[in-house]
Design a protein. Structure first.
Length: 225
């Protein structure tokens, strides 16, 4: 599915989020904090926006953008050919990296798409250095409040319609709606971060509570075996 929508992904993102999506990615990069000259990983990098912002914000850092969709990686490579970023194919369920290597790991809109969020969070914890930071951007099921009918309407009809008109793929964007409604609440996701071993876990919501950014830190000392 991601291979099929790679070409229209960026336009669709801008329209669907009313131009807000880059602001959230900048917040991700800010929460990741400066890695100095260390290595950082943007998982499920897609067309590369978070990886590029990391590179531009922290020019000393060495940045890897990784994804399992080759078409997405191809778009990323084309868009950011002038930036020194390592693009690498990889599956978030089994990261092809050694333990304790990254200063920070970021990912946008990944966890909603995997079968087992905890497994991925444990993989991220494994590859982070002690003291390293994780930051996750994703959609969140909307809260039950007076705005819920409007938010539901937008997700159920507005987004699939835009998907049909812009990406010519209503099914992919109906999937976005379904996977958002079925995803962990922000509170439950924070609990999974703690279960995976992270401390200092927090989150903030955006866009009428439909977007969540979670963060956490790996303990300074390696966990006892
Ligand atoms: C909605 S896109 C997000 C792209 C980008 N992070 C952003 O901020 O726009 C989700 C990406 O996750 C990738 N993805 C989904 N499951 C994955 C997995 N198990 N391992 C690696 N990448 C995955 C898809 O290929 C797709 O590029």
């Amino acid at each position: 599915m991601f291979d099929a929508i790679a070409g229209s992904y960026d336009l669709m993102n801008r329209v669907m989020t009313l131009g807000q999506d880059q602001r959230w990615r900048r917040f991700v990069v800010q929460k990741a904090q400066s890695p100095g000259e260390g290595w950082v990983l943007d998982l499920a990098t897609g067309t590369g926006d978070i990886a590029a912002l990391m590179r531009q914000s922290y020019p000393q850092a060495r940045v890897i953008g990784s994804d399992f969709s080759r078409n997405m990686l191809e778009e990323a490579r084309k868009r950011f050919s002038s930036l020194h970023i390592h693009w690498q194919a990889g599956d978030a369920n089994a990261l092809p990296f050694a333990d304790n290597v990254f200063e920070s790991v970021t990912f946008g809109y990944l966890l909603r798409n995997v079968d087992d969020s905890l497994r991925v969070l444990r993989e991220v914890h494994r590859v982070l250095k002690p003291g390293g930071r994780v930051v996750c951007l994703d959609t969140t099921p909307p809260a039950r409040n007076a705005l819920l009918p409007f938010v539901r309407f937008y997700f159920r009809f507005g987004i699939p319609l835009m998907g049909r008109l812009i990406a010519r793929d209503a099914a992919a964007y109906s999937y976005l709606t379904g996977s958002t409604m079925d995803f962990h609440t922000a509170e439950d996701l924070a609990a999974l971060f703690r279960q995976a071993g992270f401390s200092e876990v927090g989150f903030r919501k955006f866009m009428l509570g439909t977007i969540g950014i979670h963060w956490g830190k790996k303990h300074e000392q390696p966990d006892p075996a």
